[in-house]
Design a protein around this ligand. Structure first.
Ligand SMILES: [Zn+2]
Length: 322
C-alpha cells in the first residue's frame, strides 16, 4: 500500500496555499493554483429519512428531487447541498481546532488573523481563512477568492420507486406539522404538511476533488464529512438527512470515471461489487496523473490519514500564520 509520506509528497504546501497576503489593504488567501489535485471517492448511505429538496415549495406538500437516469428514476442529491453542509461542518471543525490548538476563543483568533471578521458562512466571509481558501468566497465590492473544491451532483443507486416514500408507496408520505400548523383551525389537510423522503439504507456514491490540496485540506475534509453526516443534509436536517459515509479511495490523480460509472457498476454488480472496484488491482477505477499518482484505498486507511494528520498539520498552519 502507498504510504502517507508518498501521498503527501505529491500535495501542495501550506505556505503556498493557505497563508493570506495583503491586497488593497485586505488580507486575502491567494488564488494561486498548483498542478496538484486530490480525488476523494466514497459512498454515502442514508441512516435516517432524507429530504433532498433544491426547489422552493409553497404548498403543504414537499417533493424531493428526482431524475430519470440510466434506466431508473433516481433521487437526486445535488452538489450545492453537499458543499453547503460540508462547508459549515468544516468551519465548526476549524473553530474547534483553533480553541484546542491555540487556547484562544475562536472568535477572537479569527478577528485577529482574518480582517477583523469572525467569518460566518455564507454572508460574512473573511476571504482570508482556511475555510475561505478551500471553499472560496466573495466580499461584495471588494475582493474574492476562488474555490479549490469541486463537487459533483449524485444520484441514488436504488430506484426511487423502491427507495422513496411517496403518495403511491406502501409507507405513504411523511407527515409533519412544524411549519403549517395553524392552531386556530381544526386539524386537517390544511394544518399539516406531507413530505416525500428517501428511505434509510439508500446509497449515493460521491466524488469530491480538491485542487492545489494541502494535507491539511485532505485531513480536514475527511473529518468534516464525518461531522456533516451527523449534522444532517437536506430539508429538516435537525432530525433528517443523517448519513454514514464510507471512503473508498483517496488519490493524487484525476478520476478516469464519473458518478455515472459508479451508478452503472453498482447496477451491474451491486454495492459490494462497486466497492470491490476500489482495489489496487481492479482496472476500472483508475486515477490519472502525469506523474505516477498515489492512491490510498480502504475506509480505515483513509480515516487514519485524517486522524493522524489533522492536528499536526493544523499546528503547522497556525505556526505559518504567525
Ligand atoms: Zn473565512
Amino acid at each position: 500500500m502507498a504510504t502517507i509520506n508518498e501521498f503527501s509528497a505529491q500535495l501542495a504546501k501550506i505556505n503556498d496555499i493557505l497563508i493570506p497576503q495583503v491586497v488593497n489593504k485586505r488580507k486575502v488567501v491567494p488564488a494561486y493554483f498548483t498542478r496538484e489535485v486530490v480525488t476523494i471517492v466514497g459512498v454515502k448511505t442514508a441512516k435516517s429519512r432524507f429530504l433532498p429538496v433544491s426547489h422552493e415549495g409553497y404548498s403543504n406538500e414537499t417533493y424531493i428531487d428526482k431524475v430519470e437516469l440510466l434506466g431508473k428514476l433516481r433521487a437526486e442529491f445535488i452538489a450545492r447541498k453537499l458543499k453547503g453542509i460540508e462547508r459549515r461542518a468544516h468551519m465548526s471543525l476549524f473553530r474547534e481546532l483553533v480553541e484546542i490548538s491555540n487556547g484562544t476563543e475562536w472568535k477572537t483568533f479569527f478577528e485577529q488573523k482574518f480582517n477583523n471578521k469572525a467569518c460566518t458562512v455564507p454572508d460574512n466571509l473573511c476571504i482570508a481563512c482556511w475555510n475561505c481558501s478551500l471553499f472560496g468566497g466573495l466580499e461584495a465590492g471588494r475582493v474574492g477568492t476562488f474555490s479549490r473544491i469541486r463537487y459533483f451532483d449524485t444520484y441514488s443507486i436504488e430506484d426511487a420507486l423502491d427507495c422513496v416514500a411517496t403518495m403511491d408507496s406502501e409507507e405513504g408520505m411523511g407527515i409533519g406539522n412544524q411549519i403549517y400548523e395553524d392552531l386556530a383551525k381544526q386539524r386537517g389537510a390544511e394544518t399539516y404538511h406531507l413530505y416525500e423522503y428517501v428511505k434509510p439504507g439508500v446509497h449515493f456514491p460521491f466524488i469530491t476533488m480538491i485542487e492545489s490540496p494541502t494535507l491539511l485540506d485532505v485531513a480536514g475534509l475527511i473529518s468534516a464529512i464525518k461531522r456533516a453526516d451527523e449534522h444532517g443534509y437536506g430539508k429538516y436536517s435537525t432530525n433528517h438527512g443523517k448519513f454514514d459515509s464510507e471512503f473508498l479511495a483517496v488519490s493524487t490523480g484525476y478520476p478516469r470515471f464519473s458518478i455515472l460509472d459508479l451508478l452503472k457498476w453498482a447496477d451491474e454488480d451491486g454495492i459490494d461489487g462497486l466497492k470491490a472496484k476500489f482495489d489496487a488491482n481492479d482496472p476500472k477505477a483508475k486515477f490519472d496523473a502525469l506523474n505516477k499518482e498515489v492512491t490510498i484505498f480502504g475506509n480505515e486507511n483513509i480515516l487514519e490519514i485524517a486522524d493522524e494528520n489533522l492536528k499536526t498539520e493544523f499546528k503547522k498552519y497556525l505556526d505559518a500564520l504567525e
